[in-house]
Design a protein around this ligand. Structure first.
Ligand code: X2X
Length: 344
């Protein structure tokens, strides 16, 4: 008895000494020399530009206390976009500006934005991201080891191909389409009778160049900056079937290591960078300002603009996918989204 108590006492002394030296009760983890920020696209694209803008604003606002390096091409996960969120949770990545599509394998609610023909216009995207739906998504992400700060935008994903103009679902029949690594995209293109294959963005461009795939879908800003006309993408259809917002996030442990003052500055910088990024993502692609569309057409790409009735045929062909996936996303969340879009 006596001996055991003595042993416990000695063990306790060692434990507290060890704790005392290695974990002072009040100090948080030290700041890193550099924080790693992951994106898929680089600075030539609104997405990568927004990430760099965030990094620059943070350096400026924190007077160099927080230095961020941007890693495009999801290089921190060897280009595998669908692993980005997991790496972020694990702390392999400190921060990210990521697409809802790429994180949807881990966060099923993010599939909401990829329900075909849910969002008719930019106002509809805003009604979701800036309203209760966006808040709910941020709450969900907050339960998964990350701190979401702001909504950016990749954009409405328009479909292109090397074979022929697409005006009806029939035109997509049997076409080999590269899609992102999300099962919902496979379902949508299967429903349209196409022949979809999942691959990363890094693999997509060589696949288009060699003709391993006929087509793809991405926002116009991506189509143009990636010069997809040079890899055979001669036909582009504006169908606006889905859009992917971007989310500016920080790993929770990293966030907690910062002072309240620095947290506020990083948040402020994210909100400002995101706002500017969204403006860039939307530039030149609407009726009032179509400079980007003109540039694409000047590169020899023929652009198909669908009538409402033509667009509706695509909606009808994918309505089964919408129903099935609405259940997976969560019927309540989809209902809120539909209501908020109707009210916009
Ligand atoms: O891979 C794509 O198509 C891209 C660049 O748009 C995304 O990361 C979702």
């Amino acid at each position: 008895m006596q001996k055991r108590r003595f042993t416990a006492l000695i063990a306790g002394l060692f434990a507290s000494a060890a704790l005392g030296f290695s974990l002072p009760a009040t100090a948080a983890a030290p700041y890193k020399d550099e924080y790693k920020l992951s994106t898929v696209l680089g600075e030539a694209f609104p997405w990568g530009w927004g990430a760099k803008r965030w990094a620059d604003l943070v350096a400026e606002k924190t007077e160099g206390r927080i230095k961020i390096k941007v890693y495009p091409g999801t290089s921190l996960v060897s280009g595998d976009q669908t692993k980005e969120f997991t790496a972020l949770r694990q702390g392999i990545i400190d921060m990210a500006v990521g697409s809802t599509i790429n994180w949807s394998p881990q966060v099923r609610e993010l599939n909401l934005f990829a329900l075909p023909f849910l969002m008719p216009d930019h106002k509809a995207i805003d009604a979701l991201t800036q309203g209760r739906v966006g808040k709910k998504m941020f709450d969900l992400l907050g339960e998964r080891d990350v701190v979401p700060l702001a909504w950016g935008e990749n954009g409405f994903r328009e479909v292109s191909n090397s074979k022929k103009p697409i005006r009806t679902p029939e035109d997509l029949k049997g076409m080999k389409m590269r899609v992102v690594g999300s099962p919902l995209f496979l379902a949508t293109f299967n429903a349209l009778g196409a022949n979809p294959t999942q691959m990363s963005w890094a693999d997509a461009q060589p696949a288009m160049a060699t003709g391993a795939v006929d087509g793809q879908e991405n926002p116009l800003a991506v189509f143009n900056a990636a010069k997809l006309h040079t890899v055979g993408q001669k036909h582009l259809t504006l169908w606006g079937y889905v859009a992917d917002p971007l989310i500016f996030v920080v790993n929770k442990n990293v966030w907690n290591s910062w002072t309240a003052q620095d947290q506020a500055l990083v948040r402020e910088a994210a909100l400002q960078a995101a706002k500017e990024e969204v403006a860039r993502a939307r530039a030149g692609i609407s009726a009032g300002d179509d400079a980007l569309l003109k540039e694409i057409e000047a590169n020899g790409v023929s652009v198909v603009r669908l009538s409402d009735a033509e667009r509706d045929a695509f909606r009808k062909a994918t309505s089964g996918v919408y129903k099935e996936w609405a259940d997976r996303v969560g019927a309540d969340l989809v209902k809120q989204a539909e209501e908020d879009i109707a009210k916009r």
